[in-house]
Design a protein around this ligand. Structure first.
Ligand code: ADP
Length: 348
């Protein structure tokens, strides 16, 4: 096995070249040592033929040989580390990002081996993210596209009544709206994935922003006859990105509206202490089971798949990402049929 490995390493053309260069270096050292000795002896003989310093030869030749041998072994050792690295780079070039080098066997190149491993880990993360994204996205695209296709075919049939035509067109309009929302939310997720700092930070009245968000969604909660209580929204000033925070509040409020049955209540609070701004959105809706609570912040998760028509399963994942980007945290208290309370804590 070991023998096979060694043969493999030598058969690699890059390794062969490195090996050749390092060996050439050893040979040059020996030839240079012997050559300089030869020239010096020639000079001595030329100027004084009778004088040949045998003692000098007896000392310098063994020294040159010893230097050559030592250089040979050092070269071989360095070659071993470099060839391991070259082999690793070769695998990465062929798209294998799972390759890792044992930095304990890296000798003087241990740090380079460590950095090589970090680079491979980063590259595999990007690869995993890309594949995950494509799988998820393709899956989420399929449902609305299948519906649109199905209803369009039904519309093409000649015996469709005026009433049926209206229903199918409404469904096509809903599904295409869903596609547009999916594309917006996915873009938002992708942007947040690569974002490490909060953009366009400025101080603004967060309480006012929540009041405006409640009004913005008044058509939705009005339609369901929900009572929205914003009496505990204080004027609190916060330094952050107004656009990103707007996304958070709209998602939390939309969910509260979506998952609260007709006639229910939603209560919004904004408060602060010495270190944090605290926002909570409470509803008297259907609540969330213990098992679902563990997953609600995951991308595309929906505790009840029959809700699929109501949402995309991206809202809370986006909220979670934004809150984390702001170094804050989000907590949920909920139980089935007992409503939910989402609390966002943002450091000032
Ligand atoms: P969706 O688009 O399905 O609303 P979200 O990421 O916003 O996706 O939420 C994930 C899941 O969490 C929802 O499918 C729902 O089951 C649950 N959920 C979120 N908010 C609430 C809430 N206020 N009340 C009950 N369930 C909720």
């Amino acid at each position: 096995m070991r023998e096979k490995k060694r043969r493999l390493k030598k058969s690699n053309p890059t390794n062969k070249k490195i090996f050749f260069l390092l060996m050439l270096q050893s040979a040059i050292v020996v030839v240079a040592a012997l050559g300089s000795l030869f020239v010096s002896e020639l000079l001595v003989m030329h100027f004084d033929a009778a004088y040949v310093d045998l003692t000098f030869l007896a000392i310098v030749i063994p020294i040159a040989v010893v230097i050559g041998v030592i250089n040979y072994f050092i070269t071989k050792l360095i070659y071993r580390y470099v060839s391991l690295l070259a082999e690793g780079i070769g695998k990465v070039a062929q798209g294998d990002f799972s390759v890792r080098l044992d930095y304990r066997r890296g000798g003087p190149l241990a740090e380079v081996f460590g950095n090589f491993n970090k680079m491979c880990a980063e590259l595999s993360n990007v690869e995993i993210l890309k594949n995950e994204f494509l799988n998820d996205y393709a899956h989420e695209l399929r449902t609305p596209i299948t519906s649109i296709n199905g209803f369009a075919r039904l519309l093409l049939e000649s015996d469709v009544t005026e009433e049926e035509r209206r229903v199918y067109l409404e469904l096509i309009a809903d599904e295409s709206k869903r596609l547009a929302e999916l594309s917006n939310s996915t873009m938002m997720m992708a942007r947040l994935d690569s974002q490490t700092i909060v953009p366009d930070k400025k101080e603004y009245n967060l309480g006012e922003q929540l009041r405006r968000s409640v009004i913005l969604l008044s058509v939705d909660w009005g339609k369901k006859g929900l009572n929205v209580d914003g009496s505990e929204i204080k004027d609190v000033f916060y330094q952050g990105s107004e656009a990103l925070m707007q996304e958070v509040w709209c998602n939390l409020l939309s969910n509260a509206i979506k998952y609260t049955p007709k006639g229910g209540e939603i209560r919004v609070r904004v408060d602060e202490d010495a270190e944090n701004v605290i926002v909570s959105v409470a509803d008297t809706g259907e609540g969330i089971g213990e098992n679902a609570l563990r997953h609600i912040f995951e991308k595309y998760y929906q505790s009840d798949k029959s809700h699929a028509a109501k949402g995309l399963g991206l809202g809370l994942a986006i909220v979670d990402k934004i809150v984390k980007l702001c170094n804050g945290k989000i907590e949920v208290e909920s139980a089935p049929n007992e409503g939910s309370v989402f609390t966002v804590i943002l450091p000032k």
